[in-house]
Design a protein around this ligand. Sequence first.
Ligand SMILES: [Zn+2]
Length: 457
Amino acid sequence: MVVHTWGFVPSKPDSPWIKVELRAESGAVLRVSGIPYAAALASLARIRSALQSMNVRWPGKSLTLHVHPALRTSEMTGLDVPVALAIMAIQGKFLPEKLSRLVSHGMLGLDGETSNPEPLSTHCSNRSLPPSLIVRAIGSRESFPNVTNLPVQECHHLSQIVAALNRPFIEHNLSQSEKAESEEVMHEWGTIKGEGKAKMWLCIGAKLRLHTILAGPPGMGKSSLVRAAHALLPHNGGNPAPFLAPHPSGGVAGLLGSWRRGQPVSGAWALANQGLLFLDEFPEWPRPARESLRHIIDTDSLYLHRAEGSASWTSHAWLVAAMNLCSCGHHPERCTCDPSERRRYRRKLSAPLLERFPIQLDVGGHDETECQKSWSECIVWVQDKQEEARPKWQPDTQRLAQAIFKKDHSSKRQQRHLRILAEAHAQWENELNIRPCDVSAAFDVMWMNRQGWWRLH
Ligand SMILES: [Zn+2]
C-alpha cells in the first residue's frame, strides 16, 4: 500500500510543502528517494524509538520513502512527524485518507516528544497549497505564514498529534464526502460484541467480493454486521459504495428490474453495482428471484425479457444474504418445531444456489472472540489494492485439500472456493504459506455445501 502526506520545510520559501510518500510491501528492504540515505536512516531510527514508546509496532515490511522536492540532510529532520504518521497509517492506526491533505512538521525525540528542528522563515508563498489542516510540533501560528485561514494545531508529543487527528477539530474542513465517511463510523465492529470469526470472513468477502450468507436467529446482529461490512467497501469518487436492501415482497421486479411506461427500470441488483446487495430473509424470496441469481452470479450480467421489450444490465454487486435456521426464527436449541418443518424451510435454498455463496457464516452470538484487527485495520486491509504475494500451497496442505474434495464429493466450483478462502485466510494472518489450519478454516465456512446440512442441529 502507498500512503502520502505533506511536510513543511520553512527554509524553502518557494516551495515549502514537501510531499512525503511511503510504500509498504512484503520484504525487509529500505529504499529512499529524494533524500540522503544516511539522513533517512537517522530519521527512521528516531521514529522507531518514538513509536516504540507509544507501543506501535514497526511494520515488518519493505519500505520505500519518497520525498518531493528533494531535500538536503539538514532539511530532513522536520519530516520525522509526517513520516511517523505515514508509518502509523500503514499499521492501521488511522485511515490513510486522513493524511492526504495534512501538513505536519517537527523532529521527534526518542520518547515521541516533538520539537522544531530549525528556525522558521517568514517568507512562504502559498503556491500549490495542499492541505486543509496543519499540525505542527510546537510553536505559533506565525510559523505558517499565509495560511492563517487554515487551522493550525500545536502539539508537543506524537500522541497529541494522533489525538488531534481523531478529534472533531478537523471536521469543519472536511468535504461533504469525508463527512459521510465519518458518519459511517457508526456502523463499525465496535458496536457489535464478539463474532470475531464472522467479522474476519466479512472482511475477506468485502476484499474479494465473495458472496456471503449469514445464518442465525433474528436479533443477534446479522443486519448490524452487514451494515458494518458495507462500511468496509471503498468509496467511489468520494461517494460511499451503494447499499441496497430490497424487501422480499418486492419480488423479482424489485430485485432484477421491470418495465414501466415503455422504459426498463433497474432492479436492486443493477443499482448495487460496486456496492452491497443485502438480501434479508433469503428463503422468503420468491423462488424465481432466488434461482435467477445463479445465472447472474455466474456472469455478472442480467437479461430481462418481457412483453414490452428486452433490457440488460451488468453489475459487480457483492451479495450478502441472511436467513434464520427455522421459519419460527428461534435458535435451533429453542426451536420446538417439527424437524421436518426445519428441513422444509432450509431446503428452500437449493444446493446449486448455496454453492454460489462461498462464505457461509453461522452467527448466533455464541462466538465471543473479538476480531484480531481493529476497525481501521480492517478497512485498510480490505481496501489495500496492492497485489500482495499470494500465499503458497505446500505438499501437505495440497494433500489435505485433495482429501477433503474426495471425501466431500466437492464440485469444481467448491474446490475453487475452498482454495480461494484458504489463501485469503493465510493472507489475513500475514502468512506466506498456506497451513492446514487455513484449509480447515475455509472448510468450516462452507458448511451449507455439505450433504444434509439442513438436518444439522
Ligand atoms: Zn422452529
